[in-house]
Design a protein around this ligand. Structure first.
Ligand code: NDP
Length: 451
């Protein structure tokens, strides 16, 4: 296969993986997040849960259907606490757990990354071609892997019409038909098992005289199925599409094999094209780890199939992700400690209008109210700035904070619908300026040069 066609395939697969639907919940505009996680599979979701439970709401940038390659697994038998679970069910459980922890999700395609300086910047494109820049103080890359192709004649032309890479996704087209599965690893066994429940006949084409498997018992049970036949010591050298079927030329025999469809299960390639020249990759494209899960760029971590070319298990991906999340938290935790020690954090928190009125009446200066939420990443980014203003401009105004859920009465009184927001009140309590988003930058100038 030429490099162009592989590139096209990788881009298509990347688009599928990183998705196309806009975010259904509140819009996320160009913002900075403490932890951005790229991916939607076991590693990404595990990292999200870990980071969320430590109190840092992460943003996960993923496709419309998070889950990753595990959803292709019909049967997972080595996940802790589960005797047997389908990959789809496991992915659903992880997704629910991440949602319950308050993880933010952004569905879109990452089209560019700038990791040359901090904060890192990710350019994300939605299906409506809306482009957002997401800034991150730390990042966990968990983009998984893309299916490998054979690179033989007839493959590209028939990809996704007669040749597929995911039996649970496309197997239903082959009810009572004949299919071939190419590969000799656990994925090939899983695909063959799935298809044997639907198809009349499943040929398994294996290039060696044995399978490469971590589950010999499962291999034996798949191979004992009456409609599964293994063709060992054989490779496919071309595909030819006919009107209703597909002919495979095989290396071991002059007689071609005619089936209705074929499934490739010959391993995967790390999904790291975005990071070429930006993070250190090995010659196969896997991210090189330098310090536990940390990559060649400090504060960027990798987990799962993007950096693991040996074990590639859901469990090992989850373990990597947990380590990556703990490393990211470590960095962020230090920041919080520094902020806590800072003299700028002693800004009064108010929770009622009575309290606000009392602040205004006791102050001869304007009052600046900062409306925020603990679960709002942009607020976390903005809070240090507000704290700095409070120190630097203490002679100009009195600074207070109002947090959602505890200061609802004040939010209602000022009709605050977005956070972070800042309202400047004159000495009588009358609002003279309200800011959010880019307008927040104007607050110091207004305090320094009141009209
Ligand atoms: P693997 O890399 O383990 O196996 C790839 C298979 O494809 C090998 O048999 C390999 O042959 C064959 N192959 C590679 N290139 C070609 C080619 N050009 N032509 C013909 N055959 C080729 O990939 P898998 O996707 O199967 O598995 C990846 C990892 O995921 C493994 O660690 C596996 O254990 C795990 N996994 C676990 C599952 C579970 O627990 N339920 C399910 C699926 C996967 P050869 O052996 O000759 O190199």
């Amino acid at each position: 296969m030429g490099s162009m066609s592989l590139k096209k395939f990788l881009l298509l697969s990347l688009a599928l993986l990183l998705g196309v639907k806009p975010l259904p919940s509140a819009p996320i505009v160009d913002e900075e997040y403490p932890v951005v996680i790229l991916g939607g599979g076991v590693a990404a979701l595990t990292a999200a849960v870990q980071v969320s439970q430590a109190g840092f709401q992460p943003l996960v940038i993923t496709g419309p259907k998070p889950g990753g390659i595990i959803v292709q697994s019909h049967s997972v038998r080595n996940w802790p606490g589960e005797i047997e679970i389908s990959g789809g069910e496991l992915a659903d459980k992880l997704q629910k757990q991440a949602d319950a922890c308050g993880t933010l999700f952004l569905h879109g395609q990452v089209i560019d990354v700038d990791v040359s300086k901090q904060p890192f910047v990710f350019t994300v494109q939605s299906s409506e071609n809306k482009v957002q820049k997401i800034r991150a103080r730390t990042c966990i890359v968990a983009l998984g892997a893309l299916p490998k192709l054979l690179g033989v004649p007839g493959e590209q032309e028939n990809l996704f019409s007669s040749i597929f890479t995911c039996a649970p996704c496309d197997g239903m087209h082959f009810k009572n038909k004949t299919v071939a599965v190419i590969g000799g690893g656990d994925s090939a066994l899983t695909e063959a098992h799935y298809l044997s429940n639907l198809a009349k006949k499943v040929y398994l084409i294996v290039r060696k005289d044995e399978f490469r498997t971590i589950q010999p018992k499962y291999r034996d049970s798949v191979l004992s199925r009456p409609n599964v036949e293994v063709i060992y010591n054989t490779t496919v050298s071309s595909f030819q599409k006919n009107e209703n079927d597909l002919t495979l030329t095989l290396s071991s025999t002059k007689k071609p094999l005619t089936v209705h469809g074929a499934f490739l299960a010959i391993g995967s390639l790390p999904n790291t094209a975005l990071f070429k020249g930006k993070l250190e990759l090995d010659k196969e494209g896997f991210i090189v780890l330098k310090n536990q899960q940390e990559t060649s760029v400090p504060r960027i971590y990798a987990a799962g199939d993007v950096s693991d070319k040996v074990y590639k298990q859901a469990m090992t991906a989850a373990g990597d992700a947990t380590k990556a999340a703990l490393q990211a938290q470590e960095h962020f935790g230090n920041h919080l400690i520094l902020q806590t020690k800072s003299p700028t954090t002693s800004i009064q928190e108010i929770d009622s209008m009575d309290q606000l009125r009392s602040v205004i009446s006791s102050s001869k200066k304007p009052t600046v109210v900062y409306f925020y939420s603990k679960s709002c990443p942009p607020c976390r980014s903005f809070s240090p700035t507000f704290d700095t203003w409070a120190t630097q401009l203490s002679d100009k105004a009195h600074f207070v904070k109002a947090r959602d859920t505890v200061a609802d009465e004040i939010f209602e009184a000022f009709n605050i619908r977005a956070m972070p927001s800042v309202v400047i009140l004159d000495t009588k309590g009358k609002p003279i300026f309200e800011a959010r988003g880019a307008e927040l930058e104007k607050v110091p100038a207004i305090l320094q040069h009141p009209k």
